[in-house]
Design a binder for this molecule. Sequence first.
Ligand code: JD8
Length: 399
Amino acid sequence: MRIDVVSIFPEYLAPLDLSLIGKARRDGLLDVRVHQLRDFTHDRHQTVDDTPYGGGAGMVMKPQPWAEALDAVVASGDAGARPRVIVPGPGGMPFTQALARELAEEPWLAFACGRYEGIDERVYGYAADDLGLRVDVVSLGDYVLNGGEVAVLAITEAVARLLPGVIGNAESLVEESHEDGLLEYPVFTKPASWTSPTGTTRDVPPVLLSGDHGAIARWRHQQRLERTAARRPDLLHSSQAADGELAAYDLSVATRGDAAELLTLTRACWAQEYVRYGLFGAGTDTVDEFADELAEWTTWVLRSAGRLVASVRARLDPADPTTWQIGRLMVAPDLQGRGLGRALLAFAEAQAPVGTITFWLNTGERSERNLKIYKKAGYRVRPGVGAHPETVDLTKRAR
Ligand code: JD8
């Protein structure tokens, strides 16, 4: 990949000489060229800015130096090659991991670093219409910087580390935050038991010392789900953007504090099963038992105006880390029939870790209503007896 950067502070991009990006450049995996905008001025003071038409504070960057700089960058490329132009700006489209993946597919990027109050708007039209370049304004985040250079450093690092050969083991790219919509799991290293300067001793979670890779994978995925729900519930919601059904509800990972309401919802739903199909369900569980089970499964609850109205849980099958078990899909009786169960099922599927092959769930062998929902969602009844008495298992191939 080739990256050109035009700035009045080229030294700002010096960090791109360092670390993995610097090595990638020396290894020929990345060709980064930084240009001084003032080199494309012709007056003694190398003027790149002037006062804004219409008045107002600050200065605006002049169009001519930018036009000549872009001309020079384009002209220095292979015949017919055209860079994709990225102009950092607080009003641009948000820079995300998805955009980083998209830009990493580009052979040639050109960054235009603005300063002052910004670049004369006619430069965007010149680049797009006269030079025929794709131009995108991209924002690093909802805060104000003094120029585009910092954004170019961040975008270049996020993009370049996705290029083949830049990161040692590409494996580590898989389970990163934002790569699959979940935040990363907590990491630990030696010593297993650490005594801090204040004398407090903290131990590494025992599961990580167990050597049981299935259990470690389950724990790590549960940590990612819990952290995402706690710190970035928007990411959980956005993973269901397709299906806005859940957007109207507050989604969170259940805690022991939710156990009593979960018991109530379960009793309400089981009562229906009992009335409808004479199926006797989990009528005996206590709140503490419900709370204890939260450690074995990741359980999500949906609230509407504070009321717990629906829930689902999921985990990696302890016996098969490629199977994502989904269970206890429940919707309050008064809210059934609106597609909430289907949306919550899709949500639970979407939380499956990378590498999941099969979705599994279990329901009453005579629960026609549930069976209809699951079959409509692509599940097929497994032959033979289900995991519990009077139940059947259903599976579906993961995406
Ligand atoms: C480029 C000039 C400063 C911005 C007047 C302050 C990105 N997430 C982001 N926040 N700010 C920027 C950014 C700011 C820039 C330029 C990017 C060029 N400024 C201007 C408008 C208000 N001053 C950014 N990416």
